[in-house]
Ligand binder design. Structure first.
Ligand code: GTR
Length: 332
């Protein structure tokens, strides 16, 4: 994948539709936002909360219209649309930004964060701000990070207990070279694919499995076909909420401040919803009889941290990684 946004035909068509919608909305003070997840998913609910705060704090002058459930395309396409102003806001995972901005790769490294708490405190502070600010040169204003829990492998064939069990499996990954390398380091085959194609591909045997958190495994109904979920918890990479720089540049300083504050204020709300959603999704999956197994992370950690150096190539990335490691409770 190249390191810049080059508009695909599909994104161009979706973008034109979104732009028309966005123009109409803006006339009435309503911004547009996109999310790949369905409406009751915590990321969508958090952005809707952000919209309410925006509305409250501008006495109804500004507000938000949400296109949830991937209505406007997959994350990469909608990100492209957002960079040229066809959409005002977008909530995506860090993965589709990895090939665009090297600093986003830092927070997406496998086994970097030792706990949710470590991830939250890191991203709530200076390090998080530095990563968010790096998006501006790509036409995006990074507003805040949301939780994304821990990603683990699931598949249709067998429980994964050691990396050897991964050999020969064809696993879907998001469109990020980092994810491809991660899966290859474990001896499996990586197939980059948008999220909305995963269910069908699993059902048809095009892929054997994928990796994701409890809520995505459940909400996408992937658990109905992939009956083994092995808790490697290899990634605690966060979600990110961004605004188009084109739209941002049109705001007054006072409105920019309201946008930034409202986004930050939606974070604790999201985290609360997230923790509840993880418990709910976990219960649904367990009840359906999926074989869930705990995994000794040591051999996975050894292989997956071995590939960090391939992706941590600049002094700025290295400095961030060192700072994040220094904040681990157990030290390095
Ligand atoms: C989910 C994330 C989505 C998307 C998805 C994926 O956990 O919330 O934004 O990135 O993973 O794997 O494509």
């Amino acid at each position: 994948m190249d390191g810049s946004f080059r508009l695909s035909r599909r994104a161009a068509i979706l973008g034109a539709t979104a732009s028309v919608a966005a123009c109409k909305m803006r006339l009435s003070g309503l911004f547009t936002a996109a999310d790949t997840h369905v409406r009751d998913y915590p990321t969508v609910q958090a952005v809707l909360r952000f919209g309410e705060l925006l509305s409250e704090r501008t006495a109804g002058r500004l507000g938000l219209n949400m296109y949830a459930g991937g209505q406007l395309g997959n994350e990469r396409d909608t990100l492209e649309i957002t960079t040229f102003g066809g959409l005002d806001f977008n909530r995506v995972n860090l993965a589709p930004l990895n090939s665009i901005e090297p600093l986003t790769t830092v927070a997406a490294l496998p086994f970097l964060f030792e706990s949710t708490n470590h991830m939250r405190t890191t991203l709530d502070g200076e390090i998080g701000e530095e990563i968010l600010a790096s998006l501006e040169r790509h036409g995006l204003i990074g507003l805040c990070f949301y939780d994304s829990g821990a990603r683990s492998f699931y598949n249709t064939q067998r429980p994964i207990e050691t990396p050897d069990d991964m050999r020969g499996l064809k696993l879907r990954v998001p469109g990020s070279d980092l994810y491809v390398a991660m899966v290859k380091s474990l001896g499996a085959d990586a197939t980059p694919m948008p999220l909305d194609e995963v269910y069908q591909s699993l059902a048809q045997g095009v892929i054997d499995g994928a990796e994701n958190n409890w809520p995505s495994f459940e909400s996408g109904r992937h658990f109905e076909v992939a009956r083994y979920y092995s808790l490697t918890r290899h990634l605690l990479a966060p979600e990110v909420f961004v605004m188009s720089k084109v739209s941002w540049d049109k705001l007054s300083a006072a409105d920019r401040d309201i946008v930034r504050r409202s986004a930050k204020d939606s974070v604790p709300y999201m985290r609360k919803l997230w923790d509840a959603q993880v418990a709910r999704s976990r219960a649904i999956v367990m009840q359906s009889g999926v074989a869930v197994n705990e995994v000794d992370p040591a051999p996975f950690t050894a292989r997956m941290t071995g590939m960090w150096d391939e992706f941590i190539t600049t002094p700025q990335q290295r400095a961030l990684v060192d700072k994040i490691l220094a904040q681990r409770e157990g030290g390095l």
